[in-house]
Ligand binder design. Structure first.
Ligand SMILES: O=c1[nH]c(=O)c2[nH]c(=O)[nH]c2[nH]1
Length: 300
Protein backbone atom coordinates (compact mmCIF):
# COMPACT_ATOMS: atom_id res chain seq x y z
CA UNK A 1 0.00 0.00 0.00
CA UNK A 2 1.47 3.28 -1.06
CA UNK A 3 1.81 6.21 1.27
CA UNK A 4 -1.23 8.40 0.78
CA UNK A 5 -3.64 5.58 -0.06
CA UNK A 6 -7.05 5.85 1.56
CA UNK A 7 -7.56 3.29 4.31
CA UNK A 8 -10.30 2.34 6.73
CA UNK A 9 -9.87 3.54 10.28
CA UNK A 10 -11.81 2.69 13.40
CA UNK A 11 -15.26 1.29 12.77
CA UNK A 12 -18.12 -0.40 14.55
CA UNK A 13 -21.68 -1.16 13.59
CA UNK A 14 -24.85 -2.65 14.96
CA UNK A 15 -28.49 -2.02 15.79
CA UNK A 16 -29.22 1.09 17.80
CA UNK A 17 -32.08 1.60 20.22
CA UNK A 18 -33.86 -1.74 20.10
CA UNK A 19 -36.98 -1.11 22.15
CA UNK A 20 -37.48 -4.23 24.21
CA UNK A 21 -40.27 -4.87 26.68
CA UNK A 22 -40.14 -8.24 28.43
CA UNK A 23 -43.14 -9.26 30.53
CA UNK A 24 -42.65 -12.03 33.06
CA UNK A 25 -46.07 -13.55 33.61
CA UNK A 26 -45.42 -16.82 35.39
CA UNK A 27 -47.78 -15.69 38.16
CA UNK A 28 -50.67 -13.20 38.17
CA UNK A 29 -48.21 -10.64 39.54
CA UNK A 30 -46.45 -9.58 36.36
CA UNK A 31 -42.99 -8.03 36.15
CA UNK A 32 -41.82 -5.84 33.30
CA UNK A 33 -38.37 -5.02 32.01
CA UNK A 34 -38.25 -2.09 29.59
CA UNK A 35 -34.94 -1.38 27.87
CA UNK A 36 -33.52 0.44 24.90
CA UNK A 37 -30.61 -1.72 23.75
CA UNK A 38 -27.78 -0.87 21.36
CA UNK A 39 -25.32 -3.46 20.03
CA UNK A 40 -22.21 -2.43 18.09
CA UNK A 41 -19.73 -5.02 16.88
CA UNK A 42 -16.01 -4.45 16.37
CA UNK A 43 -13.60 -6.75 14.56
CA UNK A 44 -12.58 -7.67 11.05
CA UNK A 45 -15.03 -5.78 8.89
CA UNK A 46 -12.47 -4.31 6.50
CA UNK A 47 -13.68 -6.15 3.37
CA UNK A 48 -17.24 -4.99 3.74
CA UNK A 49 -16.19 -1.36 3.81
CA UNK A 50 -13.50 -1.50 1.14
CA UNK A 51 -14.86 -4.05 -1.35
CA UNK A 52 -18.52 -4.60 -0.43
CA UNK A 53 -17.91 -8.21 0.61
CA UNK A 54 -20.45 -8.90 3.35
CA UNK A 55 -19.17 -12.36 4.30
CA UNK A 56 -18.20 -11.13 7.79
CA UNK A 57 -21.18 -8.90 8.40
CA UNK A 58 -23.52 -10.13 11.12
CA UNK A 59 -26.60 -8.24 9.95
CA UNK A 60 -27.90 -5.58 12.29
CA UNK A 61 -31.29 -7.25 11.85
CA UNK A 62 -29.77 -10.45 13.26
CA UNK A 63 -28.39 -8.47 16.19
CA UNK A 64 -31.86 -7.06 16.89
CA UNK A 65 -33.44 -10.53 16.70
CA UNK A 66 -30.82 -11.83 19.11
CA UNK A 67 -31.78 -9.17 21.64
CA UNK A 68 -35.42 -10.24 21.51
CA UNK A 69 -34.67 -13.98 21.47
CA UNK A 70 -32.29 -13.71 24.44
CA UNK A 71 -34.94 -11.78 26.37
CA UNK A 72 -37.28 -14.70 25.85
CA UNK A 73 -34.76 -17.46 26.51
CA UNK A 74 -32.86 -16.03 29.44
CA UNK A 75 -34.99 -13.17 30.71
CA UNK A 76 -33.36 -9.79 31.17
CA UNK A 77 -32.06 -9.64 34.76
CA UNK A 78 -29.72 -6.72 35.30
CA UNK A 79 -28.90 -4.71 32.17
CA UNK A 80 -25.23 -5.49 32.77
CA UNK A 81 -25.87 -9.25 32.77
CA UNK A 82 -28.05 -8.96 29.70
CA UNK A 83 -25.39 -7.00 27.78
CA UNK A 84 -22.60 -9.35 28.85
CA UNK A 85 -24.60 -12.32 27.58
CA UNK A 86 -25.10 -10.60 24.23
CA UNK A 87 -21.45 -9.59 24.03
CA UNK A 88 -20.24 -13.13 24.74
CA UNK A 89 -22.63 -14.53 22.17
CA UNK A 90 -21.29 -12.35 19.37
CA UNK A 91 -17.64 -12.55 20.35
CA UNK A 92 -17.66 -16.31 20.98
CA UNK A 93 -19.93 -17.13 18.07
CA UNK A 94 -18.27 -15.25 15.21
CA UNK A 95 -14.53 -15.43 14.64
CA UNK A 96 -14.45 -12.03 12.95
CA UNK A 97 -16.03 -10.31 15.98
CA UNK A 98 -13.34 -9.38 18.48
CA UNK A 99 -15.36 -7.07 20.67
CA UNK A 100 -17.98 -4.42 20.69
CA UNK A 101 -19.90 -1.85 22.57
CA UNK A 102 -23.18 -2.86 24.14
CA UNK A 103 -25.38 -0.34 25.90
CA UNK A 104 -28.80 -0.18 27.47
CA UNK A 105 -31.07 2.47 28.89
CA UNK A 106 -33.46 1.11 31.49
CA UNK A 107 -36.92 2.64 31.72
CA UNK A 108 -38.26 2.24 35.23
CA UNK A 109 -41.89 1.48 36.01
CA UNK A 110 -43.77 1.60 39.32
CA UNK A 111 -46.95 -0.28 40.01
CA UNK A 112 -50.12 1.80 39.97
CA UNK A 113 -51.51 1.85 43.54
CA UNK A 114 -55.18 0.94 43.78
CA UNK A 115 -56.69 1.44 47.26
CA UNK A 116 -53.14 1.71 48.54
CA UNK A 117 -52.14 -1.68 47.10
CA UNK A 118 -49.72 -2.14 44.20
CA UNK A 119 -51.59 -3.47 41.16
CA UNK A 120 -50.62 -6.85 39.71
CA UNK A 121 -50.33 -5.83 36.08
CA UNK A 122 -50.77 -2.06 35.76
CA UNK A 123 -47.74 0.19 35.85
CA UNK A 124 -46.83 3.87 35.64
CA UNK A 125 -43.50 5.11 34.35
CA UNK A 126 -41.34 6.30 37.23
CA UNK A 127 -41.12 10.08 37.49
CA UNK A 128 -44.07 12.36 37.84
CA UNK A 129 -46.30 13.63 35.12
CA UNK A 130 -46.08 17.31 34.20
CA UNK A 131 -48.93 19.13 35.88
CA UNK A 132 -50.53 21.92 33.87
CA UNK A 133 -53.04 24.68 34.52
CA UNK A 134 -54.86 27.23 32.37
CA UNK A 135 -56.92 30.15 33.70
CA UNK A 136 -59.17 32.01 31.29
CA UNK A 137 -60.77 35.34 32.24
CA UNK A 138 -63.25 37.28 30.17
CA UNK A 139 -64.86 40.00 32.30
CA UNK A 140 -66.80 38.16 35.02
CA UNK A 141 -66.36 34.79 33.37
CA UNK A 142 -63.49 32.96 35.09
CA UNK A 143 -62.62 29.41 34.08
CA UNK A 144 -59.98 27.19 35.68
CA UNK A 145 -58.74 24.14 33.84
CA UNK A 146 -56.27 21.68 35.39
CA UNK A 147 -54.52 18.72 33.90
CA UNK A 148 -51.34 16.86 33.27
CA UNK A 149 -49.32 15.41 30.45
CA UNK A 150 -46.78 12.62 30.25
CA UNK A 151 -48.23 10.08 32.66
CA UNK A 152 -47.09 6.94 30.88
CA UNK A 153 -49.03 3.87 31.95
CA UNK A 154 -49.04 0.24 30.87
CA UNK A 155 -51.18 -2.82 31.49
CA UNK A 156 -49.50 -6.12 30.72
CA UNK A 157 -52.86 -7.88 30.50
CA UNK A 158 -56.54 -7.00 30.87
CA UNK A 159 -56.78 -5.43 27.41
CA UNK A 160 -58.31 -6.71 24.20
CA UNK A 161 -59.20 -5.36 20.77
CA UNK A 162 -61.67 -7.37 18.70
CA UNK A 163 -64.78 -6.91 16.59
CA UNK A 164 -63.48 -4.14 14.33
CA UNK A 165 -64.43 -4.17 10.64
CA UNK A 166 -62.15 -5.93 8.18
CA UNK A 167 -61.66 -4.63 4.66
CA UNK A 168 -59.12 -5.15 1.90
CA UNK A 169 -56.52 -3.19 3.88
CA UNK A 170 -57.00 -4.78 7.29
CA UNK A 171 -54.17 -6.98 8.50
CA UNK A 172 -54.39 -6.42 12.27
CA UNK A 173 -55.23 -9.63 14.13
CA UNK A 174 -57.92 -9.60 16.74
CA UNK A 175 -56.57 -10.09 20.24
CA UNK A 176 -58.11 -10.85 23.61
CA UNK A 177 -54.89 -10.29 25.52
CA UNK A 178 -52.49 -7.52 24.61
CA UNK A 179 -50.27 -4.94 26.25
CA UNK A 180 -52.00 -1.57 26.48
CA UNK A 181 -49.79 1.45 27.01
CA UNK A 182 -50.31 5.15 26.65
CA UNK A 183 -49.01 8.50 27.78
CA UNK A 184 -52.01 10.26 29.27
CA UNK A 185 -52.67 13.92 28.64
CA UNK A 186 -55.73 14.92 30.65
CA UNK A 187 -57.51 18.22 31.17
CA UNK A 188 -60.52 18.90 33.32
CA UNK A 189 -62.54 22.05 33.90
CA UNK A 190 -63.62 22.89 37.42
CA UNK A 191 -67.21 23.96 38.10
CA UNK A 192 -65.96 26.69 40.46
CA UNK A 193 -62.72 28.64 39.97
CA UNK A 194 -62.33 28.85 43.77
CA UNK A 195 -61.98 25.07 44.08
CA UNK A 196 -59.36 23.85 46.60
CA UNK A 197 -57.24 22.64 43.74
CA UNK A 198 -54.30 21.41 45.84
CA UNK A 199 -56.62 18.99 47.58
CA UNK A 200 -58.59 18.03 44.52
CA UNK A 201 -55.91 17.69 41.82
CA UNK A 202 -54.45 14.47 43.27
CA UNK A 203 -57.91 12.96 43.67
CA UNK A 204 -58.71 13.44 39.99
CA UNK A 205 -55.25 12.30 38.88
CA UNK A 206 -55.47 9.13 40.98
CA UNK A 207 -58.97 8.35 39.73
CA UNK A 208 -57.77 8.57 36.15
CA UNK A 209 -54.82 6.25 36.75
CA UNK A 210 -56.59 3.72 38.96
CA UNK A 211 -59.40 3.50 36.44
CA UNK A 212 -56.84 2.81 33.71
CA UNK A 213 -55.52 0.00 35.93
CA UNK A 214 -58.88 -1.50 36.82
CA UNK A 215 -60.95 -1.33 33.64
CA UNK A 216 -60.79 -4.45 31.52
CA UNK A 217 -60.12 -2.61 28.27
CA UNK A 218 -61.99 -3.42 25.08
CA UNK A 219 -60.22 -0.58 23.24
CA UNK A 220 -58.24 2.47 24.30
CA UNK A 221 -61.36 4.47 23.39
CA UNK A 222 -63.30 2.40 25.93
CA UNK A 223 -60.64 2.90 28.59
CA UNK A 224 -60.43 6.67 28.24
CA UNK A 225 -64.21 7.05 28.34
CA UNK A 226 -64.26 5.02 31.55
CA UNK A 227 -61.46 7.18 32.98
CA UNK A 228 -63.47 10.33 32.29
CA UNK A 229 -66.67 8.75 33.55
CA UNK A 230 -65.01 7.73 36.83
CA UNK A 231 -64.01 11.35 37.44
CA UNK A 232 -67.43 12.79 36.61
CA UNK A 233 -69.22 10.22 38.73
CA UNK A 234 -66.99 10.78 41.75
CA UNK A 235 -66.30 14.50 41.50
CA UNK A 236 -69.21 16.95 41.43
CA UNK A 237 -66.76 19.81 41.23
CA UNK A 238 -65.44 18.68 37.83
CA UNK A 239 -67.50 19.93 34.88
CA UNK A 240 -65.91 17.92 32.07
CA UNK A 241 -62.80 15.98 31.16
CA UNK A 242 -60.73 15.81 28.01
CA UNK A 243 -58.24 13.03 27.36
CA UNK A 244 -55.63 12.69 24.65
CA UNK A 245 -53.89 9.32 24.61
CA UNK A 246 -51.40 7.95 22.10
CA UNK A 247 -51.71 4.19 21.78
CA UNK A 248 -48.11 3.18 22.40
CA UNK A 249 -48.20 -0.04 20.46
CA UNK A 250 -46.36 -3.04 21.89
CA UNK A 251 -45.91 -5.42 18.99
CA UNK A 252 -45.46 -9.10 19.81
CA UNK A 253 -42.11 -10.19 18.40
CA UNK A 254 -42.31 -13.26 16.15
CA UNK A 255 -39.77 -15.63 17.70
CA UNK A 256 -41.01 -18.69 15.77
CA UNK A 257 -38.12 -18.49 13.23
CA UNK A 258 -35.79 -19.15 16.20
CA UNK A 259 -37.86 -22.07 17.50
CA UNK A 260 -39.26 -20.02 20.38
CA UNK A 261 -42.86 -19.41 21.32
CA UNK A 262 -43.89 -16.00 22.56
CA UNK A 263 -46.99 -16.13 24.74
CA UNK A 264 -47.22 -12.35 25.29
CA UNK A 265 -43.76 -12.04 26.82
CA UNK A 266 -41.43 -10.21 24.41
CA UNK A 267 -42.55 -7.01 22.72
CA UNK A 268 -41.18 -4.39 20.41
CA UNK A 269 -42.23 -1.06 21.91
CA UNK A 270 -42.85 0.91 18.70
CA UNK A 271 -42.63 4.69 18.93
CA UNK A 272 -44.40 5.57 15.68
CA UNK A 273 -46.80 5.59 14.05
CA UNK A 274 -49.19 5.43 16.95
CA UNK A 275 -52.94 5.52 17.35
CA UNK A 276 -54.05 8.83 18.80
CA UNK A 277 -57.23 8.47 20.79
CA UNK A 278 -58.91 11.61 22.09
CA UNK A 279 -62.26 12.21 23.73
CA UNK A 280 -64.26 14.67 25.75
CA UNK A 281 -66.39 13.20 28.53
CA UNK A 282 -69.15 15.40 29.95
CA UNK A 283 -72.56 15.29 31.61
CA UNK A 284 -75.52 15.21 29.29
CA UNK A 285 -77.20 18.58 28.92
CA UNK A 286 -74.26 20.66 30.18
CA UNK A 287 -73.72 23.66 27.91
CA UNK A 288 -70.55 23.36 25.79
CA UNK A 289 -67.78 25.92 26.37
CA UNK A 290 -65.78 25.91 23.14
CA UNK A 291 -64.06 29.20 24.05
CA UNK A 292 -62.45 27.49 27.03
CA UNK A 293 -61.20 24.49 25.11
CA UNK A 294 -59.91 26.74 22.34
CA UNK A 295 -57.46 28.06 24.94
CA UNK A 296 -56.19 24.63 26.05
CA UNK A 297 -53.45 22.96 24.01
CA UNK A 298 -53.22 19.46 22.74
CA UNK A 299 -56.67 18.32 21.67
CA UNK A 300 -57.59 18.17 18.01
O1 LIG B 1 -57.56 0.43 21.29
C1 LIG B 1 -57.43 0.51 20.06
N1 LIG B 1 -58.23 1.34 19.34
C2 LIG B 1 -58.14 1.46 17.98
O2 LIG B 1 -58.89 2.24 17.36
C3 LIG B 1 -57.16 0.69 17.34
N2 LIG B 1 -56.79 0.59 16.04
C4 LIG B 1 -55.76 -0.30 15.99
O3 LIG B 1 -55.16 -0.62 14.96
N3 LIG B 1 -55.48 -0.76 17.24
C5 LIG B 1 -56.34 -0.16 18.10
N4 LIG B 1 -56.47 -0.24 19.43
Amino acid sequence: MAVGDVVLGANQYGKAEVRLVRVTRDTPVHEIADLTVTTQLRGDFEACHTTGDNAHVVATDTQKNTVYAFAKQHGVGSPEQFLLRLARHFVDGFAQVTGGRFAADVHAWDRIAVDGEPHDHAFVRAGRETRRAVVLVDGDDVQVVSGFTGATVLKSTGSEFTGFPRDAYTTLAETTDRVLATSVTAWWRWQDPDVDVEARYPVVRDLLLTTFAQVHSLALQHTIFEMGRAVLEACDDVAEVRLSCPNKHHLLVDLAPFGLDNPNEVFHAADRPYGLIEAEVRREGDPPVPHVWAAVPGFV
